[in-house]
Design a protein around this ligand. Structure first.
Ligand code: BDR
Ligand code: CA
Length: 315
């Protein structure tokens, strides 16, 4: 049976690619999207989520507007990374659908509690919606099936400060609540995502298919590639979020360690930094499974094949 998935997301260029991968993957059933602030405002991200679903002819999937601000920290958006509208140079028509009336965190609670042990959450933005949901209804901790999180940098340098990854830096307090909640977590940090580079050759392979899907991917990733070239001297772009989604049905793409992981909240230079107790010095039990090794080209081949199929189906 297909895995029942809710995507908590801040679309976002790589978030949009994760939405497309979810739609193109028969192993999972995408039941809904909750949107959070992050790469762009929640309002812009919600509009992007609806437009991407409409582009892929999946407008039946409901989208929920989540939290606009981090729990404690001031807002931090990422127009330099994802463009002023969150999807790089891509231009999608304004969505025909509206978001649902229910708030994102209420939706997470309702879905998890109405199907105990069945819902897998995939969180690919700051963790504000999930942290709020945990505070509001702690019973979701025992009733969620699994949580896959894109976030953190364990042995890797940060991508937002020298020490911190974007999603954990933007709402470190939310990450702290989620990491210590007791939920069964699999973390996909920058240690593995920064090995998954979408190259110009990969884009050219997709562009052999004429489709609104390949046009969208091209316009969105062209901006992302320029960002990676200018700020990080990376040729191509790192597609963090689709890797996290892929692990829900192809866990063998990565190697994992069970670790105790925490996030720094001290407010200094390491605010939002995620660190793991590899040598069990704290004597605390592991609170998550952390992906620390990856087969990047196997992942990319999966991603490209799925995008080709989706593009062929939407001419
Ligand atoms: C994460 O931050 C965002 O820029 C991406 O969408 C991804 O979820 C990577 O640090
Ligand atoms: Ca994201």
């Amino acid at each position: 049976m297909a895995k029942r998935i809710i995507l908590d997301t801040d679309p976002g260029i790589d978030d949009s690619l994760a939405i497309l991968l979810a739609l193109a993957s028969p192993e999972i059933s995408l039941e809904g999207l909750s949107v959070v602030h992050g790469n762009s405002s929640t309002e812009q991200g919600t509009s992007n989520a609806l437009s991407v679903l409409e582009l892929a002819k999946a407008s039946h999937i409901p989208v929920y507007h989540g939290c606009e601000l981090p729990l404690v920290q001031p807002s931090l958006l990422a127009p330099e990374t994802h463009g002023d509208h969150g999807i790089g140079y891509a231009k999608l028509p304004a969505p025909l659908n509206l978001p649902q009336v229910q708030k994102g965190s209420d939706y997470l609670i309702e879905k998890i509690m109405s199907s105990p042990g069945e819902i897998t959450l995939v969180c690919i933005g700051p963790l504000t919606n999930l942290a709020l949901a945990i505070r509001q209804e702690p019973c979701i901790v025992e009733n969620v099936k699994e949580v896959f999180i894109m976030g953190g940098a364990i042995r890797h340098e940060g991508n937002t400060t020298p020490l911190a990854e974007f999603n954990t830096y933007v709402d470190p307090h939310a990450a702290h609540i989620v990491f210590h909640s007791g939920m069964p977590i699999t973390l996909t940090p920058l240690d593995v995502t920064y090995q998954c580079i979408f190259l110009k050759d990969d884009l050219n392979r997709l562009l052999k298919i004429e489709s609104p899907i390949t046009k969208f991917i091209s316009a969105a990733t062209r901006f992302y590639m320029e960002f990676h070239d200018e700020y990080q001297k990376i040729d191509g772009c790192v597609i963090n979020d689709p890797l996290t989604l892929a692990l829900t049905f192809m866990p063998e793409l990565c190697d994992y360690q069970e670790l105790y992981v925490d996030v720094d909240l001290s407010g200094g230079v390491s605010m939002g930094n995620t660190f793991a107790d590899f040598y069990k010095m704290t004597k605390k039990s592991a609170n998550m499974k952390v992906a620390l090794g990856v087969r990047p080209r196997d992942f990319m081949e999966l991603f490209l094949e799925r995008m080709e199929k989706l593009a062929e189906s939407i001419a």
